[in-house]
Design a protein around this ligand. Structure first.
Ligand code: NAD
Length: 332
């Protein structure tokens, strides 16, 4: 069975997903939701999307009467995810929602309940959870090939440009680098270590308070502690390039990924040598796998459901609290 998907938000990542879906075996782009009629027309002609599968932000609730769409992929600014996800759920369609799934844990929890209540699946666009070298490293850790895990380092950042973009507007982004890119180090720490953190500490540095106004973090260093005693040390920033690296260290070996979350091939090595799994466009694999999750009840090795997304949001809330108070924040 083919997963018939409508993309909501025809921006840069929506475009990337649409292109990647052209190579999918189990997922097909069949509809769009956009506020810009000219973009809708362009996508219609490019991807052969019929007019009856085109919606705008006012009328998309009517998707409930459209039997030709199974799921909506929400790819809009972060602060809009909650309301849009809940509307899609109420329209009875499965939701795939981009990261961060929301701007705080309480909104994320509401999204999870709304989808449960509507009886639809909620999946978060965690493309790394399907990436072959990442899965290989996780499998090696599960088999004990690194020995007892002791330490994780996550570096996530890039130098952000245009000061007028929504990513630097707290009303639309819900936060700065942490929401956008720091979340990769949080999520990566969890799947690489294979445990849930029990505490966080965090420190913020802001060198440009004009560009990075209140509510927009520029650089945060943070640490997480795990039940077995593993510690993670991470960096999230909007003011440095060349930061896309994971390092996992155990008593008998290590895994190092750099780049660890970029779109291109993930370069990984361990104490045993390079990770050589073939590169497939992440979003192509993701969408095929999501079809299998939705229709065949397949359980992915690293979860991508709303509850998984919520775990990252709880940690982000705790990191912001730790920055504000200067205290260690206990989790769960
Ligand atoms: P973008 O600015 O390129 O696109 C956002 C789209 O939302 C635009 O088409 C814009 O017109 C539309 N939009 C609808 N309502 C809007 C409003 N009120 N204000 C502003 N824009 C509005 O952004 P993007 O890079 O495509 O990011 C979109 C989402 O995708 C974000 O949540 C981001 O975190 C996520 N993302 C995920 C990945 C990934 O690798 N998983 C990569 C990039 C972005």
């Amino acid at each position: 069975k083919i997963l018939r998907v409508a993309i909501m938000g025809l921006g840069s990542y929506g475009t990337r997903v649409a292109e990647a879906m052209q190579d999918c075996k189990r997922a097909k782009l069949v509809g769009v939701i956009s506020g810009t009629p000219s973009k809708i027309a362009m996508w219609q002609s490019k991807y052969g999307i019929p007019a009856k599968n085109c919606y705008n932000y006012e009328n998309f609730d009517a998707i409930k009467d459209n039997p030709d769409i199974d799921a909506v992929y929400v790819i809009t600014p972060n602060a809009l995810h909650k309301g849009q996800t809940i509307r899609v759920a109420k329209a009875g369609k499965h939701v795939i929602c981009e990261k961060p799934m929301a701007v705080n844990a309480s909104d994320a929890a509401e999204m999870v309940s709304a989808c449960d209540q509507a009886g639809v699946k909620l999946l978060i666009g965690y493309r790394m959870h399907f990436e072959a070298n990442t899965l290989k490293a996780v499998e090696m850790r599960e088999k004990g090939e690194f020995g007892d895990i002791k330490f994780f380092q996550g570096l996530s950042g890039f130098k952000i440009g245009d000061p007028t973009q929504w990513r630097l507007n707290p009303e639309l982004s819900g936060g700065g680098a942490m929401m956008d890119i720091g979340i990769y180090s949080i999520n990566g720490a969890r799947y690489m270590v294979g445990e849930e953190p029990i505490w966080v500490t965090a420190q913020e540095v802001k060198t440009d308070p004009v560009k990075f106004k209140d509510g927009i973090d520029e650089t945060i260093t943070f640490q997480m502690g795990f039940p077995s005693g593993v510690v993670a040390s991470c960096l999230s920033t909007y003011s440095m390039n060349n930061l896309d690296k994971f390092f996992l260290n155990g008593t008998q070996g290590f895994a190092e990924m750099q780049p660890s979350t970029g779109y291109g091939p993930i370069q990984g090595k361990t104490h045993k040598g390079p990770l050589n799994e073939p590169h497939v466009t992440h979003q192509t694999t993701q969408m095929d796998q999501m079809a299998a999750i939705i229709f065949d009840g397949v359980t992915p090795k690293i979860p991508v459901d709303g509850r998984e997304g919520l775990k990252d949001m709880v940690i982000i809330d705790a990191i912001f609290e730790a920055v504000k108070t200067g205290e260690k924040v206990l989790l769960g």
